[in-house]
Design a protein around this ligand. Structure first.
Ligand code: HEC
Ligand code: HEC
Length: 334
């Protein structure tokens, strides 16, 4: 056996091997996975100004007290309309420059509030500037530090037209003849804070109400005519899973080659459509469609999924869906 006390070479080799294996597992593999992430279709890239602000945010180490991650737990609901997913970080994950890797904005301490959605909660530039100059000016019991070096004291007569003067209350700044002017860094930092908004997922509830209404109207007229699974898929599922079935990496899973879609036993697949699905943190939330779509429509959509984009699994019948729906209802009534 390995004798670490006598064979120091074994000790060094084992420690080295463990170090390399852990580095691959927790640093290199996740980095590759992150590189494949795609943006949510409506996600806005940072403007040049907002990116400068992001760099100020990093250099002032605001992450020491603020997170940017809405977890999928009850107490985090106040910080956003949904849990954060990898695609949310698509534009901020770029490298800072050649020498510095992407900034870690997630944060681990919440001494102050989570800032994922601060641009929605607090859109006022004046509020942010005053708050940065001295948080006590707007939140009397705040323990957040002041950032006076992001501001200049300027003689009233020397204030230029383009300068942003911050109206600081007299109790905090009372030097006659002087004004507080925001530096470029302060303005850019506030641009960045105002940029921080959660992107609405495509097909957020409102988006598919019209499509579902249309399907229901067609159902009322059409009666028993054969259903077009491909068309139904485009109307309700493609907003998230895309026409190609490939989804959006980091937001919506691919249905191409998916083990769930191609499973010979279609129970889990049918349940996902009827009950919705929210099992993995790397993806958003799939809403339930059991109330809006009937058994024949669900069977048609799933048969389309199982026979498109290279998938080759047996069709799903109306009876299959009816049976699972019955199970689901029994479970709910229990
Ligand atoms: C020592 C911890 C600490 C640091 C560092 C810190 N903050 Fe804060 N921050 C807080 C606390 C505590 C609050 C809540 C009280 C308040 O609003 O001032 C807060 C509040 C805020 C708010 C208002 C949030 C809301 O939901 O109303 C913003 C915006 C903010 N901080 C931005 C920043 C920025 C930008 C930086 C870096 C320049 C920073 N903070 C650095 C502790 C900190
Ligand atoms: C609002 C966006 C959205 C819509 C619309 C949507 N889905 Fe999903 N779907 C998701 C998300 C997000 C997941 C992954 C959830 C998780 O794993 O936590 C998912 C997962 C799935 C899965 C599991 C795939 C796998 O391999 O993990 C299937 C199958 C699926 N959806 C089918 C459908 C069908 C069929 C429709 C249309 C009736 C549909 N989805 C509509 C967002 C959506």
């Amino acid at each position: 056996m390995l004798n670490f006390h006598k064979e120091h070479k074994n000790l060094v080799l084992t420690a080295g091997g463990v170090f390399i294996a852990l580095s691959i597992l927790i640093a290199i593999l996740p980095a590759f996975q992150m590189q494949k992430t795609e943006p949510i279709p409506d996600e806005k890239p940072l403007t040049a100004n907002e990116r400068v602000g992001l760099h100020v945010y990093v250099s002032e180490n605001c992450m020491a007290c603020h997170t940017q991650q809405v977890r999928n737990i009850e107490m985090d609901k106040v910080w956003g309309s949904r849990p954060s997913i990898p695609s949310d970080y698509f534009y901020s994950k770029q490298r800072m420059d050649v020498w510095r890797q992407s900034p870690s904005l997630l944060g681990s301490e919440r001494t102050g509030p989570d800032l994922t959605n601060i641009g929605v909660r607090q859109p006022s530039e004046d509020w942010h500037l005053l708050h940065l100059y001295n948080p006590r000016a707007v939140v009397s019991a705040s323990v957040m530090p002041s950032y006076p070096w992001l501001f200049r004291e300027v003689d009233s007569s020397a204030v230029n037209k383009g300068d942003k003067v911050v109206a600081v209350p007299k109790e905090l700044f009372n030097k006659p003849g002087l004004k507080i002017v925001a530096s470029n860094d302060a303005l850019r930092l506030v641009d960045y804070l105002k940029y921080l908004k959660q992107t609405e997922l495509p097909g957020g509830v409102d988006a598919f109400i019209p499509a579902l209404k249309k399907i229901q109207a067609e159902r009322a007229e059409g009666g028993s005519q054969a259903l077009d699974g491909g068309k139904l898929f485009s109307q309700v599922c493609a907003a998230c899973h895309q026409e190609t079935g490939k989804g959006v990496v980091g937001a919506f899973p691919s249905l191409v080659g998916s083990a769930i879609v191609n499973d010979a036993n279609s129970e889990k697949l049918i349940r996902i459509i009827i009950q919705g699905y929210n099992a993995r943190p790397d993806y958003g939330v799939m809403p339930p469609f059991g109330d809006q779509l009937n058994d024949a429509e669900i069977a048609a959509i799933l048969t389309h999924e199982r026979s498109s984009w290279g998938n080759a699994a047996p069709a799903v019948t109306v009876e299959d869906v009816a049976k699972i729906r019955q199970y689901v209802e029994m479970e709910l009534n229990k």
